[in-house]
Design a protein around this ligand. Structure first.
Ligand code: AMP
Ligand code: MG
Length: 328
């Protein structure tokens, strides 16, 4: 039995590398000799940073991106014992700056949960555990285990209140927070914003399939072509319906990258919080093009749970996004 677990779990490197390799940019007709590429493990996955610049400039930019990822991991990982999220999960109430990583991610997770009609839920961790995604031997949970886990899931417990002077007060309300479906997208945006603020351009960031581009891949060309891996692995990667323009992001959620195997059957790491069962709706993956990587990340997970039909209704209220549904 295999257990490909989640965000920040150390065992994930291999699955993540596969996702990243197939989602790499293919924008250059002729390779630009000034294109510099870096890849390194972070946040339980693999980061790739590609930049059209001289070596020294690209290295400075890469360090800035790596620092942004570290900051997000320190704040949001459930595997870091004194991270803000771990403290919330231990029942603490925390006061923090309203533009801090946790505040941004928690607010957007709540907003997405509400808009998705409970398909997206940052408190699914007890269900992940029940199915064996957090260690132990994966097995089909008993009805009692499942209903106990379902009882402790619910994003409405997450409370975010305004405090004085640009701060917020946040508590998990007894729920167990895990921002694995959104934190990597936020980390990409944080890195992107810091790079742009420091004058860097012409780069692509890819954090485990969460991609955002800036500038252009070669002179005289505005767009970046990005291909999406075929979830079955039987067909070649397919290009997105349109290239990415500077500033845009794309993320992919799929059942193929992380799963548990029980009695020869694969169960997806994305669980429907309304039923407690891993998603099995015929989809292999969903990619979302969006103005920011956090939106792309949150919405690709959401659409994977909703499926094509309910997903189309969700998209009709999110005009800035384009989705690609691929069957198994
Ligand atoms: P992603 O790869 O961005 O689609 O995120 C998947 C991860 O988010 C899983 O590994 C879980 O940690 C978590 N997750 C699973 N199901 C859900 C869900 N319905 N809503 C929010 N997060 C989820
Ligand atoms: Mg996601």
């Amino acid at each position: 039995m295999k257990n490909h677990s989640n965000f920040s779990a150390p065992a994930l490197a291999i699955a993540a590398v596969a996702a990243f390799a197939f989602l790499s940019a293919c924008g250059q007709r002729e390779p630009d000799t000034r294109m510099q590429s870096f890849s390194w493990p972070t946040m339980g996955t693999v980061a790739e940073f590609t930049m059209r610049a001289d070596g020294v400039t690209a290295e400075r930019a890469q360090k800035l991106a790596a620092n942004a990822f570290r900051l997000v991991e320190t704040n949001l990982s459930v595997f870091v014992a004194d991270s803000a999220v771990s403290r919330l999960n231990r029942g603490e109430t925390i006061r923090l700056a309203s533009d801090s990583p946790l505040a941004n991610v928690a607010r957007f997770a709540r907003e997405t949960a509400e808009a998705s009609g409970d398909a997206f839920d940052p408190t699914v961790n007890p269900l992940m555990r029940a199915w064996g995604f957090r260690g132990g031997t994966p097995s089909i949970p008993s009805a009692t285990t499942l209903s106990n886990a379902l009882e402790s899931v619910g994003w409405r417990r997450l409370s975010i209140g305004n405090a004085a002077s640009g701060e917020i007060v946040i508590s998990a309300g007894g729920a167990e927070l895990d921002f694995g479906a959104i934190a990597k997208g936020y980390a990409v945006d944080l890195a992107y914003d810091r790079l742009v603020a420091n004058g860097f351009t012409d780069f692509l960031i890819n954090l485990g399939g969460n991609i955002r581009v800036c500038g252009s891949p070669e002179s005289g060309r505005k767009d970046w072509n990005v291909a999406v891996r075929d979830p079955s692995g039987r067909r070649p990667p397919s290009p997105l319906p349109r290239p990415l323009r500077s500033g845009e992001a794309v993320a992919t959620s799929g059942s193929y990258e992380r799963f548990v195997e029980i009695d020869g059957r694969r169960y997806s790491h994305i669980i429907d919080p309304r039923t407690g069962i891993p998603v099995d709706n015929g989809l292999g993956s969903v990619s979302v093009i969006a103005p920011t990587a956090m939106e792309a990340d949150a919405y690709s997970t959401t659409l994977f749970v909703l499926g094509r039909e309910a997903g189309a209704a969700f998209l009709s209220t999110h005009h800035a996004c384009t989705a690609v549904f691929i069957g198994q």
